[in-house]
Ligand binder design. Structure first.
Ligand code: DGL
Length: 256
């Protein structure tokens, strides 16, 4: 199987996959040259993802392709399915589980600006959470904070606090008791999120469900676990993280 994200967010899905299948070999593609996807146009993300999948398919004929990125999935999943005759597993915000969990009937989708504004997300809310107040908050820099932290930078807790505080609401329409982590980067700093949260909430993400779904599809496993970045100069920056996460080597794809 091939796991794709704009950066290291897909590692939350990789960890969920490895929790039940520790020896599974995986191919990972991080579009580091395009990171972050959260503020790019749909057309641009679609063009990058199309080229990246075309190239990775010629190198590794493994399937399925797991889009371990909410932004990529909510904006481009349909278009990618129409272009490639391979099975895709998309990652979409965990609106349904949050609606089942929320006691106050008010929760927030915390995601990238693109995912928060997507019609895909509003359709999920209309379908699964019509009886809840659902606030949408597109955090401008949260994915980038997490990416930098995974690459070795200290986590700036004040910056983190200001990225998430607007997702907590308490007014005449109720009090937020649940936050949907609608970006695969966010679960990777779950402890820190809990530390800076204005009050305790349930954090809900899709990684375990995505891993479970991917594992139900017939998988042609690659012979070794290789991670790809999309800028040659990123190999050195990303190598340690990928080796720590069980990948054997890091290579580069050249997109355009
Ligand atoms: N990990 C990606 C997601 O799930 C987004 C990060 C980005 O902005 O590129 O949405």
């Amino acid at each position: 199987m091939i796991v794709v994200d704009s950066g290291l967010g897909g590692i939350s899905v990789v960890r969920a996959l490895r929790a039940t299948h520790p020896a599974r070999t995986l191919t990972y593609v991080a579009d580091t040259g395009g990171f972050p996807y959260g503020k790019r146009t749909r057309e641009n993300i679609n063009a990058r993802a199309t080229e990246l999948i075309r190239q990775i398919q010629t190198l590794h004929q493994t399937a399925p392709i797991v889009l371990a990125c909410n932004t990529l999935s909510t904006l481009c999943l349909e278009s990618l399915r129409a272009q490639f005759a391979i099975p895709f597993v998309g990652t979409v915000p965990a609106i349904k589980p949050a609606a089942e969990l929320s006691k106050t009937r008010r929760f927030t989708l915390l995601a990238t600006p693109n995912t928060a504004a997507s019609s895909y997300s509003s359709a999920l809310v209309a379908q699964f959470a019509a009886d809840c107040v659902v606030d949408n908050y597109g955090a401008p820099n949260l994915a980038a904070l997490v990416e930098a932290h995974l690459l070795g930078a200290a986590l700036d807790l004040d910056a983190l606090r200001s990225e998430i505080t607007p997702a907590f609401l308490d007014d005449g329409r109720g009090r937020t008791d649940c936050i949907v982590l609608g970006c695969t980067h966010y679960p990777l700093i779950a402890d820190a999120l809990g530390r800076v949260a204005p009050w305790p909430v349930a954090w809900v993400d899709s990684s375990v469900a995505i891993a479970r779904r991917a594992l139900t599809l017939a998988d042609t496993a690659p012979t070794s676990s290789i991670a790809y970045v999309t800028r040659a100069e990123d190999i050195a920056r990303y190598r340690d993280v990928f080796l720590r996460e069980g990948f054997d080597e890091v290579r580069a794809l050249t997109l355009f």
